[in-house]
Design a protein around this ligand. Structure first.
Ligand SMILES: *[C@@H]1O[C@H](CO)[C@@H](O)[C@H](O)[C@H]1NC(C)=O
Ligand SMILES: *[C@@H]1O[C@H](CO)[C@@H](O)[C@H](O)[C@H]1NC(C)=O
Ligand SMILES: *[C@@H]1O[C@H](CO)[C@@H](O)[C@H](O)[C@H]1NC(C)=O
Ligand SMILES: *[C@@H]1O[C@H](CO)[C@@H](O)[C@H](O)[C@H]1NC(C)=O
Length: 392
């Protein structure tokens, strides 16, 4: 080992090899770096292209199909305002933005619907009626009928109509959307006060409380609390984890309204509209998920207004949510008597069959299961959803 000759020859042979190897390595890595840089800059180019491509911002500026038009001519949204064929349009007297009252109605509830509509002043509300019994002309004797929008489709539900005729781009002018049943008692309801309260309280989704003495109340959360202005939760259990307590975050303890008289802000409606399924027309289960549309904390942004309240008559009509109630008492009672309350409200061809109601209820339960399964599947498949809601 100590042989200096061997060592010298090793050094002579080793050094050039080492130089060669490191040169090769250096050149190689230079190529790699170059390659990487090229790739990287290509990526950056792609990134840049993607940033300027359709994405969210561009979608807003250029709706599908409008790319070929100069953007200044594109009207993205519309409204339900009727226009005169000539001359100046009727100037709106109040300065606040318009709201919308939409109801699914049948002629049998005509008088009740009139009472409800009369509570919504023409200056602040567009009225839209969804006729599920095809009877449109019979409403003409009401003074307000000619300024209401009438949509008729036989045997369809409130949610079917809402999905098709209340597209968020068409109702984007309206600050609040009242999507109400036809069987509500409005004696103790003042819409101006109601609007003032939900604005002040920041309620994105709300409903007037139900008078528990006169209504069929299915969930204590929506029952009126006397002396209160607004409530957002109920507490019916002192034992943690049982019933509803101050820590509950979910329906039916908090963050929830029923479907007979919901009121949506513009933003929450935009979200809710997407949640309505085209084929699940009874919309069972939708109410429990609406909290996602609350534009933030559902326990804060969803509430029940106690000082303006309703009576829910609970008539089983397509325009009422008795069909949407898990309580089938009234219905089975009625079908036993062979006399459906308000049966004519459904199509005559259907209503004389005594078990129509039962069939509708059964279908609603089937839809509920479908909706739940669909929701679970959607959550499973959307890998980014959890992240999106936690950032929300
Ligand atoms: C509609 O309701 C209003 C207010 O309740 C009432 O004054 C009016 O007479 C009703 N109209 C008809 C045609 O019944
Ligand atoms: C609510 O949560 C807090 C903190 O976890 C707990 O101390 C309290 O006992 C809970 N209250 C009820 C009513 O469960
Ligand atoms: C509390 O209220 C909720 C919602 O109405 C109900 O589901 C639950 O059974 C009630 N719990 C108790 C202990 O009363
Ligand atoms: C929502 O609001 C409630 C009541 O103010 C609060 O206790 C809760 O922590 C809030 N939740 C979130 C997720 O911010």
């Amino acid at each position: 080992m100590a042989d200096p000759k061997w060592r010298r020859s090793f050094i002579y042979r080793f050094i050039p090899t080492a130089i060669l190897i490191s040169a090769a390595f250096f050149i190689g890595s230079a190529f790699i770096v170059l390659d990487y840089k090229q790739k990287y800059s290509r990526l950056r180019v792609v990134d840049a292209v993607e940033m300027t491509k359709p994405n969210i911002c561009e979608n807003q500026c250029r709706p599908d199909g409008s790319e070929i038009l100069p953007s200044g001519i594109v009207s993205r949204t519309s409204d339900l305002e009727m226009r005169p064929l000539w001359g100046p349009r009727n100037k709106k007297k109040s300065k606040s933005p318009m709201n919308l009252l939409a109801m699914a109605v049948g002629i049998k509830q005509k008088n009740n619907v009139n009472k409800t509509v009369m509570k919504f002043p023409a200056n602040d509300f567009v009225i839209m009626l969804f006729h599920y019994d095809g009877m449109v002309d019979d409403w003409r004797d009401f003074e307000w009928s000619s300024r209401a929008i009438h949509v008729s489709a036989v045997h369809q539900t409130k949610w079917w109509f809402a999905k098709r005729f209340l597209h968020p781009d068409v109702v984007s002018e309206y600050a609040y959307i009242f999507l109400w049943d036809e069987d509500l008692g409005v004696e103790n309801f003042n819409v101006a006060r109601y609007l003032a309260i939900i604005k002040e309280e920041g309620l994105q989704i709300s409903q007037p409380a139900l008078d528990p003495r006169k209504s069929k109340v299915h969930h204590r959360l929506t029952a009126r609390q006397k002396g209160s202005k607004v409530h957002r939760r109920i507490i019916n259990s002192s034992v943690a984890r049982k019933g509803c307590n101050a820590n509950s975050t979910q329906p039916p303890c908090t963050g929830w309204v029923e479907m007979m008289a919901p009121v949506f802000s513009k933003a929450s409606w935009r979200c809710a509209w997407y949640m309505i399924q085209n084929d699940l027309v009874h919309a069972w289960g939708l109410d429990f998920q609406l909290g996602y549309c609350a534009q933030g904390n559902r326990t804060q942004n969803i509430g029940i207004v106690d000082s303006e309240f309703l009576v829910h008559q609970g008539l089983p009509t397509l325009g009422g949510s008795a069909v949407n109630q898990k309580n089938t008492e009234a219905i089975s009672e009625a079908s036993q008597n062979g006399n459906l309350p308000n049966g004519g409200a459904m199509a005559p061809s259907v209503s004389h069959q005594p078990n129509t109601r039962d069939k509708v209820i059964k279908e609603s339960y089937i839809e509920l299961e479908r909706f739940k399964n669909r929701w679970r599947k959607a959550v499973r498949e959307d890998k980014c959803w959890a992240e999106r809601i936690s950032n929300h």
